[in-house]
Design a binder for this molecule. Structure first.
Ligand SMILES: Cc1cc2nc3c(=O)[nH]c(=O)nc-3n(C[C@H](O)[C@H](O)[C@H](O)COP(=O)(O)OP(=O)(O)OC[C@H]3O[C@@H](n4cnc5c(N)ncnc54)[C@H](O)[C@@H]3O)c2cc1C
Length: 460
């Protein structure tokens, strides 16, 4: 492992407000842990930043010492690029402030904020914006990759609601980017990932949501999967955008509303979310109950912040995870058959295939408005292989890869960079499609030496 001269690290410590963590420090192993338990990397130095000035010092130190740089928000990304071997990790998880301006419906958010912290702060004012579905995910990585969740059909992608960012460039300049200032950089940061600089503050647009919404699950037997998925496909064609319904195929967790003999068996789950008038929502979801003979359901009025944490118990940190993802414009019969075939051979009790519905507001934005340009995508599919024992790596990874291959012919162009693994570097150009060439030009302007290359890398 690389060791740094103690004189230079002491100097860095003296310059920053946050903390420097080195391999021999007691907190080192805890600080270098990230969500995906498969990733075990050992940085030469970790800088736990307390503000933009600390980021400037960390970047300068890394460049002076010829170190690779990784950027960590909340450390959720599956590829594990938040951390690196022998380099410097800029750890932003210590920057957790959220300021809400309820009159202007704006939130100013530091990059270490998790979705749970964000939701709690904005929901205190009855406000929200579209973000992901797991409360421990980081707002930073989610936003720079695109971002979608239950509110996306109605209000768009997370990046569609980004007003401005403050960021530190690789040369150490603290700048603001918005539609009016450094507009090219603002275009790139909305989907282009961690390629262009280190964001130290995000400004989001907010909407009145809840605080109570209608949400829950209906669980159907796996042998009715084709019927349920076909009816789902028809139903979502005309469902209003306040209503979002996803599909999850997995082995049933021991949920108390399911008969015990269903626990551990393959099921089709419809997670349902409705943010409009509750009575109206009750009527709208009624047809979903007729999709088959459900094993059970658990649907009710609940605080938005509770629903935003509903899947946390299935997504705890530390397990081994391997993901693959496609976008879909349509769910063709071939796509449904492939989903059902592979959901019928899940290699572990935690593996799942999910289909997220994003049809609505995102499709009304022109594809070249910003880096995230998959404006024809109406569904995002993720095959989520998840298991505990390293001896199951091959079986679980092979299952995910084979499903990915089998479903590929039915997918539309592009891919969601936030769901890509470390080994998918050669898929980056295809993931961005027509927007890739402009991203390369902007990368050349803001990071010509590819200082920030530990990401889904856009090479200058
Ligand atoms: C359990 C789980 C559930 C998820 N659910 C959803 C979902 O519902 N919707 C969705 O859209 N996505 C979802 N995701 C994907 C998620 O958006 C990405 O994993 C995202 O990268 C997480 O952000 P982070 O800050 O936690 O990640 P990190 O691993 O800390 O960062 C990921 C990358 O983002 C870049 N980055 C981070 N911070 C900054 C910054 N301040 N400035 C510049 N670049 C930065 C870096 O390149 C870094 O390597 C989910 C992921 C997991 C693991």
């Amino acid at each position: 492992m690389m060791t740094l001269k103690s004189k230079s690290t002491e100097q860095l410590k003296g310059n920053i407000k946050g903390k420097v963590v080195l391999p021999l420090d007691a907190s080192y192993d805890e600080v270098r842990e990230i969500w995906n338990g498969m990733i075990d990397k050992r940085p030469a130095i970790i800088v736990q930043c307390q503000g933009a000035d600390d980021v400037v010092h960390a970047l300068a130190f890394a460049r002076r010492n010829g170190l690779d740089i990784s950027i960590r928000g909340a450390g959720h990304n599956i590829a594990g690029n938040a951390i690196c071997d022998d380099g410097l990790m800029i750890d932003l998880s210590t920057m957790k402030n959220v300021r809400v301006d309820p009159d202007r419906r704006r939130a100013y958010v530091e990059p270490g904020v998790t979705l749970g912290v964000f939701d709690a702060a904005v929901q205190a004012h009855g406000l929200a914006t579209p973000i992901g579905i797991n409360s421990t995910t980081g707002i930073a990585g989610l936003t720079v990759g695109g971002g979608f969740g239950w509110l996306t059909r109605k209000y768009g992608m997370t990046v569609d609601n980004l007003i401005s960012v403050e960021m530190v460039t690789v040369d150490g300049d603290l700048i603001r980017a918005s539609e009016d200032q450094n507009a090219d950089l603002f275009w790139a940061i909305r989907g282009g990932g961690g390629n262009f600089g280190v964001v130290t503050q995000f400004e989001f647009k907010l909407y009145p949501v809840g605080p109570e919404i209608l949400a829950g699950l209906i669980v159907f037997p796996f042998d009715q999967a084709k019927q349920v998925l076909t009816k789902y496909r028809e139903f979502v064609e005309s469902a209003p955008e306040e209503l979002n319904v996803w599909v999850v195929l997995r082995k049933a967790p021991p949920l108390p509303f399911l008969p015990e003999d269903v626990h551990g068996r393959e099921v089709v789950v419809l997670p349902i979310f409705y943010s409009g008038d509750i009575e109206e929502g009750q009527k709208l979801i009624e047809p979903l109950r007729q999709f088959g003979d459900a094993h059970g359901e658990h649907i009710g009025v609940q605080p938005f912040v509770d629903w935003q944490q509903a899947f946390d118990p299935l997504l705890t940190p530390g397990a081994r995870n391997y993901w693959k993802s496609h976008n879909f414009t349509e769910l063709s019969d071939g796509a449904l058959d492939s989903i059902i075939e592979f959901a019928g051979k899940l290699p572990s009790p935690q593996c799942e295939i999910f289909v997220g519905l994003i049809a609505g507001a995102p499709n009304r934005v022109a594809p070249d408005t910003m880096a995230w340009g998959h404006r024809d995508a109406r569904f995002v599919l993720n095959v989520h292989a998840r298991w505990d024992d390293a001896r199951d790596d091959d079986t679980c990874i092979t299952w995910a890869r084979e499903f990915f291959k089998s479903s590929a012919p039915y997918a539309s162009a592009g891919a969601y960079v936030n769901f890509m693994t470390e080994e998918e570097g050669d898929r980056v150009a295809a993931a961005y499609g027509a927007n890739f060439a402009r991203l390369v030009e902007i990368k050349k302007k803001y990071d010509p030496e590819n200082v920030l290359h530990l990401n889904q890398n856009i090479k200058p």
